[in-house]
Design a protein around this ligand. Structure first.
Ligand SMILES: Nc1ncnc2c1ncn2[C@@H]1O[C@H](COP(=O)(O)OP(=O)(O)OP(=O)(O)O)[C@@H](O)[C@H]1O
Ligand SMILES: [Mg+2]
Length: 167
C-alpha cells in the first residue's frame, strides 16, 4: 500500500495564502528529500504560474485534460501531463480550461471522485501530494476534499477569512 499523503490546501476565502503555502511547503518537503507532487486545482493557474509557467493556456496537457479523459472513460496517462521543476517538485498544472471542466463535472458519474482517480494513478511515486484549491466550494474543491487524507486551511487573522475557515 502506498504511504503517500494527499493534502488539500483550501479556504472558501480568496487570497489567504493557499497557493503560497502549496509552493513553499512543497519545495521545503522536496529539500528534505521527499517526492512531492503539486496539483493546481484552480483555473486561475496561480500555482502553475508561481512555478514559472507564465503562459499556462499554452500547455497542451493539464489537470483538465486528464479529468476530461477520466469522465469520458478514456485511457489516461497522468505522467504525460506532469512537469518536473528545477526546485525538485513535480507539477500537474492547470489553465483556464479547468473552468469548463468544472461545469462538465456536475453531470459526470462519480463526479466527486474524478480527481481521486487521477491521483490514485500516480500516488505510488510520491510521498506527498499537495492540492492547491480555488477559493470556492464548487465541484473541484469537493473533488480535492474527497481525494485528501488531510486538509490545510490557510487563514488570515481577519473576521471574513475566519468565516471562510468555518465554511
Ligand atoms: N505568509 C504570508 N505572509 C504575507 N503575505 C503572504 C503570505 N502568504 C501569501 N501572501 C501573499 O498573499 C497574497 C495571496 O496569496 P495566495 O495567492 O497564495 O493566496 P490564495 O489563497 O492562493 O489566493 P486565491 O484564493 O486567489 O487562490 C499574495 O500576494 C501572497 O504573496
Ligand atoms: Mg491560490
Amino acid at each position: 500500500m502506498s504511504n503517500c499523503k494527499v493534502i488539500a490546501l483550501t479556504n472558501q476565502k480568496g487570497g489567504v495564502g493557499k497557493t503560497t503555502t502549496a509552493v513553499n511547503l512543497g519545495v521545503a518537503l522536496a529539500q528534505q528529500g521527499k517526492k512531492v507532487l503539486l496539483i493546481d486545482a484552480d483555473a486561475q493557474a496561480n500555482l502553475t504560474m508561481s512555478l514559472g509557467y507564465s503562459r499556462p493556456d499554452d500547455l497542451p496537457d493539464t489537470l483538465s485534460t486528464i479529468m476530461r479523459d477520466i469522465i469520458d472513460d478514456k485511457p489516461v496517462d497522468v505522467f504525460k501531463s506532469i512537469l518536473h521543476h528545477d526546485e525538485g517538485v513535480d507539477l500537474l498544472p492547470s489553465n483556464i480550461e479547468l473552468s469548463g471542466l468544472e461545469v462538465r463535472l456536475i453531470n459526470a458519474i462519480s463526479r466527486e471522485s474524478v480527481l481521486k482517480t487521477c491521483i490514485n494513478e500516480v500516488k505510488k511515486n510520491y510521498d506527498t501530494v499537495l492540492v492547491d484549491c480555488m477559493p470556492s466550494l464548487g465541484m473541484l474543491t469537493i473533488n480535492a476534499l474527497a481525494a485528501a487524507d488531510s486538509v490545510v486551511i490557510p487563514t488570515q487573522p481577519h473576521y471574513l477569512s475566519a468565516k471562510g475557515l468555518e465554511l
